[in-house]
Write a protein that binds this ligand. Structure first.
Ligand code: ARG
Length: 335
């Protein structure tokens, strides 16, 4: 058979490629590879916990190759934009790892999720265990020792780990963040339901996993979502899972994920339109106007979800327009 030589050569090339891949993989395997999703999965959940795997604070060690935390289906946030988005790191004695996201809401206060500041047993971590990266988009070279420190940790008094209700916490910093580093971002008022209706555009940002079983990202990512209807979201999860202190958001192929918890869901408004030329028939072209969005106010905190970007399962966020959630945050910041 005449083709054999060619196939043999192809095989040889394939083998060489395979060997290179194995070597590359082995080199990579020297860094710890446990992902946030893995940790979430390996963890026990209290009975009655929302029906999702990664509900618990996901953990990524910062020394992992390519470590960082991201969003599924997102795009990089340009440096300088969304500078209030914070990376929350924790050291429990083995070095710092990326714990969660957060938002600078006042010069000395960062909003995050209640589940981000305690262990599986519900033991709250001491303020000294935290470091915050603020005003950074790429955290690859971020040195936790240069991070902002925390002087007090406040969890919502009604935070309930089994149901994930009231998933809000505020970190008080030891010193204010200078306006040149990051500008605090406003959050919605109590009862301000303007942005809470189904279909409203919102954007989520974080350094969390870029796919359900994926890995953290060094670069801050953001993804445009739509607010989901309460009824639809309750139907997706068990009816009792999604309560009045939660709001859901989704978009095909996009979602927050493990490691994004604590970070902001930001309400957007249309800031203008850009025109795009599209084909309309064989020789005709038409212009289509595409809305551009501008982030206005933080309306939610990344809390939990069934996997990430799973069809039919929106991400669930702490609803900041809820008076009980809102009053807690306001009272801590005002104190
Ligand atoms: N609980 C996760 C965390 O600790 C956030 C999960 C968000 N999931 C989602 N599908 N939107 O990072």
């Amino acid at each position: 058979m005449t083709g054999d030589g060619g196939i043999g050569r192809l095989r040889g090339v394939a083998q060489a490629l395979a060997i290179i891949l194995v070597i590359a993989f082995t080199v990579q395997a020297h860094v710890p590879t446990e992902t946030m999703a893995d940790r979430g999965r390996n963890r026990g959940h209290a009975a009655g916990a929302p029906p999702e795997s990664g509900v618990r604070p996901a953990r990524h060690r910062r020394d992992r190759q390519g470590a960082g935390v991201e969003i599924v289906g997102g795009k990089p946030t340009p440096p300088g934009a969304l500078s209030f988005v914070t990376l929350v790191l924790v050291d429990l004695g083995n070095g710092f790892y990326n714990q969660c996201g957060g938002s600078l809401i006042a010069p000395r206060y960062v909003l995050t999720a209640a589940h981000c500041v305690e262990d599986e047993a519900g033991e709250r971590w001491p303020a000294e265990a935290f470091r915050l990266a603020i005003g950074q988009t790429n955290v690859h070279w971020f040195d936790p020792d240069s991070g902002y420190r925390v002087s007090a940790v406040f969890q919502h008094p009604k935070w309930n780990a089994p149901s994930f209700a009231y998933d809000a916490a505020v970190l008080q910093l030891t010193e204010p963040v200078p306006p040149g580093v990051a500008q605090p971002f406003p959050f919605v008022d109590a009862g301000e339901a303007l942005y809470d209706s189904a279909g409203q555009p919102a954007v989520v940002a974080g350094w969390g996993n870029t796919s359900e079983n994926g890995r953290l990202s060094d670069r801050l990512l953001q993804a445009d979502l739509r607010i989901a209807s309460d009824a639809g979201c309750r139907q997706a999860y068990r009816a009792d899972v999604v309560s009045a202190v939660m709001i859901c958001a989704s978009f095909k192929g996009r979602d927050s994920c493990q490691g994004d918890s604590g970070g902001p869901l930001i309400a957007q408004e249309v800031s203008g339109f850009r025109t795009k030329r599209v084909k309309a028939g064989k020789h005709r072209k038409r212009t289509k106007s595409i809305p551009m969005y501008r982030p206005v106010e933080i309306m939610g905190i990344v809390s939990f979800g069934q996997g990430c970007a799973q069809k039919g399962y929106p991400g669930v966020y702490t609803r900041l327009s809820n008076p009980e959630i809102n009053a807690f945050i306001t009272s801590v910041v005002a104190s």
